[in-house]
Design a protein around this ligand. Structure first.
Ligand SMILES: Cc1cc2nc3c(=O)[nH]c(=O)nc-3n(C[C@H](O)[C@H](O)[C@H](O)COP(=O)(O)OP(=O)(O)OC[C@H]3O[C@@H](n4cnc5c(N)ncnc54)[C@H](O)[C@@H]3O)c2cc1C
Length: 452
């Protein structure tokens, strides 16, 4: 046994540290098109003390570490680019507090979104958090580390806009808290303290998030998916602007895909309305279709497809896989809503060139302040040619995002490089200095957001 492995066992016990190849195998892969990359060790701490001890060991021995939540980004962001230790955070999954009146929940960052959803449903049915469309195993820490967004994005923005407080283990093993929890015992706001925005969106390259306070929002009794369809993509931004003017929808997504055929070349706009009574839903339906969208219906440009109860919340992951073999990866971009038509047209061309049925989706963020637009590329894991097509399509899409002046969301290493090449030199210098101060030995998820 190597000395690092022995130290890891001393910290977490022998069941939770391994350097055995059959266990490392699982951690060498990701669900997307990335090639396998092997860690030398995997460790799963249960407490912040254990985590701090692991990070201190890594810092002293200059061993790279990669924090891992659900491992679901698809973009290879939790694969060990330079070997070292994968720190699997899924055992750090406690719910520490729910404050009904203050509408927040404090959790350990390795908790899955699925666990929070089911806990709230059972114990606090009037409250909800913003759940990403990812599989339920996605963790809070991993999602914040990539600036995720969930099904409350339309009213409230990115999930990272919903953070009330953070605890982070720094690359030295020291601990730091931010927000009202840094001053007293309450985890109810990040304001009005000086902004230290050093950890969200960094892919774990500046520290490991250990505790988070997330804002909760009212959860209504009934939920209804009101689908509107238009044939001409040019109308999509206007329709979204009209609906967002009402400020009533909980989630607002436009989507189009080649499969199933009923969606091909059509744009379905999913408007999630919620209410505590039939009257409330009826009012929202009336305002949406009879007032705000009436002109499109009258002129024959668009129509209502269906109104149906959607008791369970929408899950993108249920409809994402269109190819034998089960592989898919997507490029997400944060772009203005007005970019929808061009993103759709250029994306379906890329898909066509690579023989992949096109699948695009745009989720409104805020009051149409921006949109997360995604281009998904399916592949068959057992067929290298289709994997190559998907990878090439992803790279072309990253380049497209740069060409149209978008920003790539959760970029893989390829996309990170494109973004860094174009980054404002002042910002780039600052990122480099921040990284050097926080992580002098360069051990934190190296390769990610790496400024040379
Ligand atoms: C079908 C499907 C649908 C998806 N839909 C959405 C969606 O609607 N919205 C959305 O936001 N995402 C979506 N995703 C992307 C992704 O799955 C989620 O964002 C997910 O929340 C990432 O969390 P994770 O725990 O899997 O992170 P991981 O993949 O484990 O980690 C992500 C990054 O964060 C780092 N990291 C992990 N934990 C921590 C921590 N505690 N502290 C610091 N750094 C850390 C990792 O090193 C890595 O760089 C989707 C993915 C799939 C497969």
């Amino acid at each position: 046994m190597s000395s690092i492995q022995q130290e890891l066992v001393n910290i977490v016990g022998e069941d939770y540290a391994s350097d055995r190849r059959e266990e490392l195998f699982t951690y060498s892969k990701d669900l997307g098109t990335s090639q396998p990359l092997w860690p030398e060790y995997v460790v799963a701490p249960k407490t912040t003390d254990e985590l701090q001890a692991v990070v201190r060991l890594a810092n002293e021995t200059k061993t790279p570490i990669v924090p891992l939540g659900g491992g679901l980004t698809l973009a290879g962001l939790a694969l060990p680019q330079k070997g070292g230790i994968i720190i699997d955070l899924k055992r750090m999954d406690k719910i520490l507090e729910v404050n009904e009146q203050g509408r927040y929940i404090v959790v350990e960052a390795g908790i899955s979104h699925g666990k929070i959803t089911s806990y709230l449903k059972k114990n606090h049915p009037n409250l909800m958090h913003s759940e990403p469309g990812a599989p339920p195993a996605a963790t809070v820490g991993g999602n914040l580390a990539i600036h995720g967004q969930g099904d409350l994005a339309h009213p409230y923005g990115f999930n990272t806009d919903m953070v009330n407080g953070l605890e982070v283990v720094l690359p030295t093993g020291d601990i730091a808290r931010f927000g009202s929890c840094a001053v007293g015992s309450g985890w109810y706001t990040m304001h009005p303290l000086p902004d230290i925005g050093l950890f969200l969106g960094w892919n774990g390259a500046t520290g490991i998030i250990t505790k988070v306070s997330l804002k909760l929002y009212p959860c209504k009794k009934f939920r209804e998916n009101n689908m509107f369809v238009v044939e001409n993509e040019e109308f999509v931004p206007d329709v979204l602007f009209e609906i967002s003017h009402l400020g009533m929808a909980e989630d607002l997504i436009a989507t189009s895909s080649e499969i199933p055929p009923m969606m091909n070349r059509l744009h379905y706009i999913s408007i999630i309305n919620t209410g505590d009574s039939e009257e409330e839903l009826e009012f929202k339906r009336h305002m949406t279709f009879d007032v705000q969208l009436a002109k499109y219906i009258r002129s024959g440009v668009g129509g209502i497809v269906s109104l149906y109860d959607e008791r369970t919340r929408p899950q993108v992951s249920k409809s994402a896989d269109w190819k034998k073999g089960g592989g898919f990866e997507y490029v997400g971009a944060i772009v203005p809503v007005s970019f929808y038509p061009e993103c759709y047209r250029r994306g379906s061309e890329i898909s066509g060139r690579h023989f992949i049925p096109y699948t695009v989706l745009g989720r409104v963020i805020g009051s149409c302040h921006s949109m997360m637009f995604s281009w998904s590329y399916a592949f068959n894991r057992a067929d290298d040619a289709t994997v190559k097509h998907a990878r090439d399509a992803l790279h072309e899409t990253d380049e497209l995002v740069m060409e149209i002046n978008g920003t790539i969301w959760k970029p893989a290493i390829f996309g990170q490089k494109l973004m860094l090449e174009r980054m404002d030199p002042g910002a780039l210098r600052l990122m480099k200095e921040v990284k050097k101060i926080l992580d002098p030995n360069g051990i934190m998820n190296p390769g990610n957001w790496e400024v040379d």
